[in-house]
Design a protein around this ligand. Sequence first.
Ligand code: AMP
Ligand code: GLY
Length: 434
Amino acid sequence: MNVLLIGGGGREHALAWKIAQSSLLDELYIAPGNPGTVRHGRNVQLDLDDPKALRRFLLEKRIRIVVVGPEAPLVDGLHDRIAADPQLKEVTVIGPRAQGARLEGSKDFAKEFMFRHNIPTAAHRTFVKGQLQDALDHLDRVNAPYVIKADGLAAGKGVVITNDKKEAARTLREMLQQGRFGEAGERVVIEQHLKGVECSAFLITDGDSFKMLPAAKDYKRIGRGDTGPNTGGMGAVSPVPFADKDFMQKVHDRIAAPTVRGLKKDGIPYSGFIFMGLMNVHGDPYVIEYNVRLGDPETQAILPRLKSDLLDLFEGIATGTLSERHVDVDDRTTVCIVLAADGYPGEYEKGSVISGADMVRDAYVFQAGTAREGDALTTNGGRVMAVTGMGKDLESAIASAYRSAAVISYADKYMRDDIGHDLVKQPAQRGAFR
Ligand code: AMP
Ligand code: GLY
């Protein structure tokens, strides 16, 4: 069958790599893809906002499955537009319709959903424009740290956590009164602060049944020891030692199952992935957020561990037979290290020539912010690529990932040198990796 994959980051390179291994695949197209995805399929330029062009492409290329990597097209209703087109009846979209995508697109919607279905999450109150005084009064009734979230998509920047009540009040004013984050901040959620360690769990569903995928830990901060500003993710480890069998059973029973059941009960058809951002609070999982897609860079850590054919799972979604498919997972550990451009998540240079990416032999290299200039591969984004090492245990996976990451070089290369170290009982030797 022919597949169209939407997106162009490291997550999509990993998806393209995995889909290309399927015996069920005929042609894979990636829109827009990146210089890494061309090894696994054909990169195409496609304007997703032009329904005619999209329809023409899907028909002409006889696409059966559309896999949507990022959330924005889903929140925008891409799935709905395809589903509403009688000529595209044969096309299955991996990713929810706009209604289901609100699990990620609206914090308030997600909170109400969890409340309705008894899914453990931090207590919250929602305030809308015009309720600034109520929101400020609420701050007096709760304890620090204050967790304030813009309701809508804000590119990961819509969350403020602070011990300072004045800063919390200022944030509320900025969001509810001064229009910071625009529409996304016209509705604000104030949450109870949860203390614990975070991890990411994933499931795939056809709306009826679901399968758990491997869990991962993401390293969101730019600096060693989880310091400095938040990023899209600087590394990932799978599996997560503290997310043991007992914990993952709780995730399955208390979160994954009621989430899929809840969607069905609410009449929200859902096909695709659900990413459960979790806090492990003394061994009990709480949902911090839902995403309606896979994570980046978690995908680059979990797909190398997935032994099953991903396209077989997608076919299970297309035919409503996911319950009959199997998810087999490699017991080994993966460690993914993101190679960034110095300055990211702030300003950074583009256009440096990258060398060594082809010399990596015993790890996976997934490209993200790269470009092809003639024969040269150059940097073209904040997160340039990800290197995933695999090993029988965490220590050997860390060693493998860093050994391979060291082979790749470009001006302004930056990576965290401590990915996975917090999870090793005896931290590995730290060096200056550049
Ligand atoms: P979100 O965009 O909702 O994932 O929030 C971004 C980050 O803020 C999360 O990854 C957590 O590290 C942190 N966070 C969000 N909500 C809470 C909470 N209720 N308690 C503690 N930390 C939180
Ligand atoms: N790595 C976090 C995310 O993909 O949202």
